[in-house]
Design a protein. Structure first.
Length: 144
């Protein structure tokens, strides 16, 4: 049975392995993930734990703009290991995150996914997310 819980700093090594599967090997380090879990107050991370290892994670961030009266959250990452997919774990992670964020005063959610990730889009739509007319533009800026 898989349980969903908040990530802890001692999950960093397993989260790094999952992140390697999700974003490509070497994308981050155990040390950087440990530090982020300990000190990044912007990010919320929950994990799916099957009792032996972590099999998925979901990350979110809370935001507030002076332009709007609402507190919003962006679901920034959702990943479930291939062999654990189609078992409702992604849905459980999203529902856990949404419940946690709602308790923090969040009343609006954003989620981004690739245009061709139709499986994720179907999950998000089944959870009440709707397509928008907005377009995400991206830019990398070199640090000096």
């Amino acid at each position: 049975m898989t349980s969903i819980r908040m990530a802890q700093h001692y999950d960093a090594a397993e989260l790094n392995k999952l992140n390697d599967l999700f974003n490509g090997e070497g994308c981050n380090s155990v040390e950087a993930i440990t530090e982020s879990l300990k000190s990044n107050t912007q990010e919320i991370v929950c994990v799916a734990d099957d009792g032996e290892c972590l099999v998925g994670f979901c990350c979110g961030q809370i935001g507030k703009s002076m332009c709007y009266p609402i507190v919003y959250a962006e679901i920034t990452e959702l990943f479930v290991m291939q062999e654990y997919r189609r078992q409702g774990i992604g849905r459980q992670l999203m529902e856990f995150m949404a419940n946690y964020l709602t308790q923090q005063g969040v009343s609006h959610f954003h989620v981004l996914t690739f245009k061709n990730n139709t499986v994720a889009q179907a999950l998000y739509r089944s959870l009440g997310f709707a397509d928008t007319s907005e377009i995400l533009l991206d830019k990398n800026v070199p640090l000096y």
